[in-house]
Design a protein around this ligand. Structure first.
Ligand SMILES: Nc1ncnc2c1ncn2[C@@H]1O[C@H](COP(=O)(O)OP(=O)(O)O)[C@@H](O)[C@H]1O
Ligand SMILES: [Mg+2]
Length: 312
């Protein structure tokens, strides 16, 4: 079942939004969120799809939404295909075996929420842009304060932080997400909500990181989105997938260097080496890079949930 799906069309349903990766359809008080096999890097969608990627994202999000439900309400209703097809039929959609096949494993019925325009990033380890910030601030020589949090001197790349820290970003509609300070975040969502989002983000990260470690995966960092649904703060979008998180293999974790990860770092490395200038259009990806990326996504799903997608 490794047919690549780049774009979900459901004749008869109103499209609610199209993201870089997801096609979202409106079902009144609910949404049908369909994860495609599109992959973006440096905020540009690649011409190729990654086989099974959409299914990996949906199955992993489902796993985390169920696991994290005791901590905070989330938008997940079901990915049960019989239930979903029945709702689509009620909405006037003509049901065909082909539609079933195209949605199976990648569609998720959710609550419709009013989404806060901030990305709630939590970091447990010193990686990526945060490692760069730490170095630029002189962290290798003296204590530094980053995003309002004091950090000791002499941490190495990929080191575990003394405490997970919250580094919010704007949810840019086009272009790159930008880090914002907590006070900028207070302006956007209000003082009380900023504090609340920070607290729940840290709490969800810690619960997930602990669970993932049982399966030998380190969640180095992740990004959450939240919204309001009927007056309740609700976790929305995707949860703890390789698109929103850095996953590392705990068995080979070696601080002092970058870690191999289950996310699209492999693709990013190839793109950088290819000399592409990061402006659209992105280059066609070689079969080898597509295969390697697919394998990493499937492996993340298998390790965390035990679900095996057959692969091609
Ligand atoms: N429950 C929800 N209610 C309304 N909007 C949602 C909900 N869950 C996710 N979204 C929005 O749907 C989009 C998901 O599609 P995605 O391809 O991930 O977009 P992006 O390119 O912004 O990452 C995001 O804009 C997200 O904010
Ligand atoms: Mg997204």
């Amino acid at each position: 079942m490794s047919d690549i799906q780049l774009n979900a069309e459901i004749p008869g349903l109103h499209r609610y939004a199209t993201g870089k990766v997801r096609d979202i359809f409106d079902l009144g008080n609910m949404l049908l969120i369909v994860a495609s096999d599109r992959i973006s890097a440096f905020d540009v969608v690649m011409p190729n799809g990654i086989p099974d990627k959409g299914r990996v994202l949906t199955q992993l999000s489902r796993f985390w939404f169920l696991h994290l439900r005791p901590f905070l309400p989330n938008h997940y209703i079901t990915s049960d295909m019989h239930f979903i097809m029945a709702r689509l039929e009620e909405a006037g959609v003509h049901i065909t075996p082909d539609l079933y096949r195209r949605l199976e494993g990648r569609a998720m019925l959710t609550l419709k929420a009013k989404v806060f325009p901030v990305e709630c990033v939590v970091r447990g380890y010193l990686a990526g842009s945060f490692w760069k910030e730490y170095q630029e601030a002189g962290g290798e020589r003296h204590e530094v304060t980053l995003h309002g949090v004091p950090l000791p001197a002499g941490l190495r790349e990929s080191d575990r932080l003394p405490h997970p820290i919250f580094t919010p970003a704007t949810k840019a509609h086009s272009g790159h997400d930008e880090n914002i300070s907590l006070s900028q975040m207070r302006h956007i969502v209000g003082e009380e909500m900023a504090e609340r989002l920070k607290e729940v983000s840290l709490e969800l990260y810690e619960a997930a990181a602990e669970r993932a470690l049982e399966n030998g995966i380190i969640i180095a960092d992740t990004k959450f989105e939240f919204g309001y649904h009927q007056g309740s703060l609700t976790l929305v979008d995707e949860a703890l997938t390789p698109d929103s998180s850095r996953f590392w293999d705990a068995a080979i974790y070696t601080p002092g260097q970058p870690q191999p990860s289950f996310d699209k770092q492999y693709l990013r490395d190839w793109l950088l080496a290819s000399g592409w200038n990061r402006q659209p259009p992105a280059p066609q990806l070689p079969a080898e890079v597509v295969r390697g990326t697919a394998a990493r996504y499937r492996e993340a799903l298998r390790r965390l949930t035990g679900i095996e997608l057959s692969g091609a």
